[in-house]
Design a protein around this ligand. Structure first.
Ligand SMILES: NC(=O)c1ccc[n+]([C@@H]2O[C@H](COP(=O)([O-])OP(=O)(O)OC[C@H]3O[C@@H](n4cnc5c(N)ncnc54)[C@H](OP(=O)(O)O)[C@@H]3O)[C@@H](O)[C@H]2O)c1
Length: 266
């Protein structure tokens, strides 16, 4: 059974970000009521003004446990879109213990705890959907992404196992795996230049995948050109082979640019 967005209340985390704003617009166009969340309440207020009616703003720092618990107290949420995330780019040794904790708190602990808190209400109603925005870095691990990939692989495992646990209930689960996203968001803002031939997708493409995940109840959706999603499949079969290809294509240079361009977001 899939959820009808026009009758649903959606909690969207990371609504202030490049991808979050696109998801907010797509869900709102489908008639959903939105609870938009992030730390920057001024940006959320602006988004709410842009969208008009059916939008509620809730400021919350997902690394702050009382804020997270307050969000989880919402019994009226039909759909969770766990989109907030930190880029957490760079080699492990460049992280402080605090930065490492924050990456795990925001990227993994928050989606899992929100799910634990919101799921019983969805099950009571026999209807609901859970969306996790992971990354192709949740399928392919490379140098300079040990922390980020750890969090995004975790979301993949969590989402897929949960979709099996909830099979036959009215609650669906979708994990979305964006590749490099242009126009807005953490990759775009980092100013990283990709090697020639490496394709990108847009925030609107990610938003479309979120809507499709909810409406068609698909367990996993890649939002990337075929070359990148095929690379992820090759990594699944042989990580060393894919690592050699990534090195040959200049993957190290991309990692270095991401680390310097995303450091302020740790
Ligand atoms: N852009 C890409 O190329 C790409 C590729 C693959 C996957 N992704 C994933 O897509 C999702 C959205 O990324 P994006 O590109 O839109 O990044 P972004 O523009 O940097 O937005 C990140 C969002 O996460 C929120 N956030 C960060 N720390 C938070 C905290 N402590 N508490 C609450 N919210 C917090 C931010 O809100 P505040 O700053 O207002 O708190 C913001 O809304 C992330 O999960 C990311 O890993 C992105």
């Amino acid at each position: 059974m899939s959820v009808r967005l026009e009758d649903s209340t959606v909690l969207l985390t990371g609504a202030t970000g490049g991808i979050g704003r696109a998801i907010a617009h797509a869900l709102h166009e489908r008639g959903a009521r939105l609870v938009v969340s992030g730390r920057r309440v001024d940006v959320l207020d602006e988004l709410a003004r842009e969208l008009g009616e059916r939008v509620e703003v809730v400021g919350a720092d997902l690394a702050n446990r009382p804020d997270l618990e307050r969000l989880g107290e919402r019994a009226d949420i039909d759909v969770l879109v766990a989109n907030a995330g930190l880029p957490a780019a760079g080699r492990l040794q460049t992280f402080s213990a605090r930065e490492l904790d924050r990456a795990i708190d925001v990227n993994v602990r928050a989606p899992m705890q929100l799910t634990l808190a919101l799921l019983p209400h969805m099950l009571e109603r026999d209807a609901g959907h859970l969306i996790y925005v992971s990354s192709l870095a949740g399928k392919v691990a490379s140098s300079g992404s040990s922390v980020y990939s750890a969090t995004k692989f975790a979301l993949r495992g969590f989402g897929y196992a949960l979709s099996e646990e909830l099979r036959g209930s009215g609650v669906g689960v979708t994990t979305v795996f964006p590749g490099f996203i242009r126009e807005a968001g953490m990759f775009h803002e980092s100013g990283t230049k990709l090697p020639r031939g490496v394709g990108t997708r847009t925030p609107a493409d990610v938003a479309k995948a979120v809507v499709e995940g909810i409406e068609r109840n698909r367990a996993e959706i890649d939002v990337a050109p075929l070359s990148l999603s095929s690379g992820a499949k090759v990594f699944g079969l042989s990580p060393p082979m894919m690592s050699r290809i990534t090195r040959l294509l200049g993957g190290e240079r991309v990692s270095e640019q991401l680390e310097s361009g995303q450091r302020d977001k740790r």
